[in-house]
Ligand binder design. Structure first.
Ligand code: PLP
Length: 444
């Protein structure tokens, strides 16, 4: 396959023009020049459209955006404006959501090891519910409640339904052997329901299961839904949440269920299990992945005769960890020539000091690719920036939203000064202590 990049991998508003591919009405080559690289570019209309499709499929109030896929103030605000709840999984994600102006009652708190501070902040902010993951967490909520003045905390219990799905072991979460949730098989889930229902500290609102991520077969998502729905019916709770997990196409030709198909399959499975209520979901990747792409600048091209060609770009595993973490595959194209055939096979790598720093192991690229070209990898809008690091002290990229011909910087690029922000300067005392040590060793 050496054809041009498939439109199926590009954001909704991607369009050709005299200066190559544009997104949101702005040519990508212009974005690369103006904001520098590496750069995350999001099609704002695409993000909003995905939110609307999810709400249309599952109903208003039944969709929470799983913010860990991609979170910043602008994204939290966008999801909230489109009527989605926000699913946060740490005190930090909660902080961003609240900072964005999302009201507590539109936020749900997740996490398999929430500490007291996270619980206290969430309860204080009046979150819609806490998704409780363990008996230790129930202990913690009861202790907080015992300090007085609190109404019963609305809780949903996370269940490990014994159904795991997803593209890689690390993102298969719903099995019996999982750190997440109360097991159905060993009776822990039933015991947790009894305890949460009886405790004055908690108001039991429902049960929850999230079986995995990057799931391309709706039947697997339906299996998870069926198992947890059966449990919800048995226990008589009011709410049923089946998590996220809907996959996206990272390479041409991958078939992906739509939100409507996902909704239909999950609802049918829940009905089979006797569930008559609403079904709530928490999509992350399926909202943001294809809306985003990464722009890199090509720095070196190394041809090893009889072996392969290496194309090095100015980012790498610090802005896209997924290939190293999950062996995830991506495609690439040149924004200046989006329709070019791609007969050149090359390994696209980053600038980090290790061989595992691969973005695309065996990429197809245009034959005239050259140093200083802008190279784009599509479908990087989920778990890209969210997992970015400062490995090798690379400043993290900027993030721009584009829409109607305008680009809006929503996260600025880190600077080298930012990289020193957390380093603590030695105090005068430290310096004199060090001087004494040096003297004791016979130094100057
Ligand atoms: C990660 C996660 C999601 C979102 O998963 P996606 O695969 O990104 O849709 C939803 N719910 C929970 C509890 C999660 O941990």
């Amino acid at each position: 396959m050496s054809s041009a990049i498939s439109a199926d991998l590009l954001p909704d508003t991607a369009q050709d023009g005299p200066s190559g591919l544009s997104v949101g009405g702005v040519p990508l080559v212009e974005l690369g020049r103006r904001f520098g690289t590496p750069l995350f570019v999001y099609d704002e209309e695409h993000l909003r459209q995905r939110c609307r499709e999810a709400v249309a499929a599952f109903g208003a109030g039944n969709v929470a955006y799983a913010s860990k896929a991609f979170l910043c103030t602008a994204m939290a605000r966008l999801a909230h404006e489109e009527g989605l709840l926000l699913d946060v999984a740490s005190g930090g994600e909660l902080r961003v959501a609240l900072h964005a102006g999302v009201p507590g009652e539109r936020i749900v708190l997740h996490g398999n090891n929430k500490d007291e501070h996270e619980l206290r902040t969430a309860i204080g902010a009046g979150v819609r519910h806490v998704v409780v993951d363990s008996f230790d967490e129930l202990d913690r909520i009861e202790r907080l409640h015992a300090t007085g003045g609190l109404a019963p905390v609305p809780v949903v219990l996370r269940v490990a339904p014994g159904v795991a799905a997803g593209a890689h072991q690390a993102i298969r979460t719903g099995g019996t052997d999982s750190k997440f949730g109360f097991g159905l098989a060993d009776g822990a889930a039933a015991a947790a329901v009894r305890r949460a229902a009886d405790s004055p500290a908690t108001a039991l609102e429902g049960v929850h299961a999230h079986v995995g991520s990057q799931v391309l077969d709706a039947a697997e998502l339906a299996d998870g839904a069926r198992a947890v729905a059966r449990f919800a019916v048995e226990t008589g709770v009011r709410g049923l949440t089946v998590g996220g997990g809907l996959g996206v196409a990272y390479e041409a030709g991958q078939r992906v269920p739509s939100f409507a198909e996902w909704a239909a399959r999950v609802r049918a499975a829940a009905r089979e299990a006797g569930w008559r209520g609403e079904v709530t979901v928490e999509p992350g990747r399926s909202i943001t992945a294809r809306a985003g792409l990464t722009l890199y600048r090509v720095g070196t091209i190394k041809r090893i005769e009889g072996v392969r060609t290496y194309v090095s770009v100015d980012g790498g595993m610090s802005d896209n960890l997924r290939p190293a973490l999950y062996a995830s595959r991506y495609e690439a194209f040149l924004p200046r020539a989006p329709h070019a055939a791609r007969p050149l096979r090359a390994r696209v790598v980053g600038k980090h000091c290790e061989s595992g720093d691969v973005i695309i192991d065996d990429a197809e690229l245009p034959a005239d690719l050259r140093v200083s070209d802008l190279l784009a990898t599509p479908v990087t809008g989920a778990y890209g920036y969210a997992m970015a690091s400062n490995y090798n002290k690379l400043p993290r990229p900027a993030v721009v939203f584009v829409r109607d011909g305008a680009a809006r910087l929503v996260v600025r690029r880190e600077t080298e000064d930012d990289l020193l922000r957390l380093d603590v300067a030695p105090t005068a005392e430290d310096r004199s202590e060090r001087a004494k040590l040096v003297t004791a060793r016979g130094g100057r």
